[in-house]
Design a protein around this ligand. Structure first.
Ligand SMILES: [Zn+2]
Length: 388
């Protein structure tokens, strides 16, 4: 067995299996890997009879995630103290550590005035919001500078997919995202903002822009499973309608991840009710926190690289440590079988969202177990701790 060492961020041999009190006899093979719980900087919860903190916790654990950074486009939006208190209450005492972002367009202007409520606020976010330049300027002018998670998009420009694809409503300009990154960062700099995390980068041009802007500001960025997996010609159904759309650049995104130009993996787990067949009416997003690790491992085939980008690298972005989040490794841990292969069947997800863009695809590497406070709570596809 191997264990991911947080100090060297590499795998080491590990023989002391008794220390991990597995719920059954585990054969000591090189395919098995112990990792700290994964960290997702980009998770959507829905509430209101859709994905709630209960179902999201189970889905996250089945996917190996112990930390999820919630985005603000819930109903109602996460933009006031009242809604924040509700989220804190609903997400308390869960086996997953939930962090929260605050809408960049709501009534909270200074995160430090509400951070005492949860100690778990990571910054402002524009994710899932429709906004224009005027609203963006107004928020920069009124809100005290903090880390800004940016869903970079010119919402003024229409189109579900990028120009050049054969997909419905494919009229969005390819440059849309890159221009939006420029707009956010250069505007923010004028108002004293210095730290930006660009969410789900989807094009090569956006990466060029991020690298250029790093001369002036602290800019990190993430990539999602779908943007490194799909090309536009692979899109066959509405579960694969994603925002930003799938571009032609997946190879360039993969290379940027390997080179460290992209800072970390995220999921953009976006559960929905069944989307129907009409592309133009279907909402954006895919439910896939349960299989995100496998997508990344299937593509990159480098376990150390994948684990770094699911653990230490996202923590660096938010400047937190596992200890600060109450996670003690390997008291809290994930067991992975790197040799396992399976076909995605979203009907078996713990998530209430069965809308998975990867449904039917064969993937490699699987989360086998999840350990919380020294006890294995999830094992081989089942929750063995009935309290979860
Ligand atoms: Zn999102």
């Amino acid at each position: 067995m191997k264990i991911f060492d947080l100090n060297s961020s590499s795998l080491k041999y590990f023989d002391n299996l008794e220390l991990l009190n597995f719920p059954e006899n585990v054969r000591n093979t090189d395919n098995l890997v112990i990792s700290p719980p994964f960290v997702d900087l980009h998770t959507h919860v829905r509430l209101n009879a859709q994905e709630d903190y209960e179902s999201l916790s189970r889905a996250a654990i089945a996917g190996g995630f112990g930390v999820c950074n919630i985005q603000p486009n819930t109903v109602p939006k996460l933009e006031s103290l009242e809604v924040l208190l509700k989220h804190v209450e609903l997400s308390r005492e869960k086996p997953v550590n939930f962090l929260h972002t605050i809408s960049f367009f709501g009534e909270i202007n200074d995160i430090s005035t509400v951070d005492h409520v949860s100690n778990r606020i990571t910054g402002f976010s524009t994710d899932g919001m429709r906004y224009d330049s005027k609203e963006l300027y107004a928020s920069f002018a009124t809100k005290k500078a903090a880390l800004l998670f940016d869903h970079s998009q010119l919402h003024e420009i229409p189109g579900d997919f990028y120009i050049g694809t054969q997909l419905p409503n494919s009229i969005r300009t390819y440059s849309n995202e890159a221009i939006a990154i420029f707009r956010t960062v250069l505007t923010g700099l004028e108002f004293g903002y210095t730290s930006f995390h660009i969410q789900h980068v989807s094009t090569a041009t956006s990466l060029e822009v991020v690298q250029y802007l790093r001369r002036f500001a602290n800019i990190t960025c993430e990539v999602t499973p779908h943007h490194v997996f799909f090309t536009p010609d692979m899109i066959s159904n509405t579960t694969q309608k994603i925002n930003p759309p799938i571009s032609k650049d997946r190879e360039i995104l993969r290379e940027a991840l390997r080179k460290g130009i992209i800072d970390c993996f995220a999921t953009d787990h976006a559960p929905h009710n069944p989307k129907g067949d009409n592309f133009e009416n279907a909402p954006y997003g895919s439910s896939h926190i349960e299989i995100a690790f496998s997508v990344y491992y299937t593509l990159f085939e480098d376990i150390e690289l994948v684990l770094r980008n699911l653990t230490l690298n996202p923590l660096k972005v938010i400047k937190r440590s596992y200890e600060e989040l109450g996670i003690k490794y390997p008291h809290d841990a994930v067991l992975i079988d790197a040799s396992a292969e399976y076909t995605v069947d979203s009907s078996r997800f713990f998530s209430l969202g069965k809308n998975c863009a990867f449904d039917g695809y064969k993937l490699k590497g699987q989360v086998v177990g999840f350990r919380r406070n020294g006890r294995w709570v999830y094992w081989n596809g089942e929750f063995i701790d009935k309290a979860i």
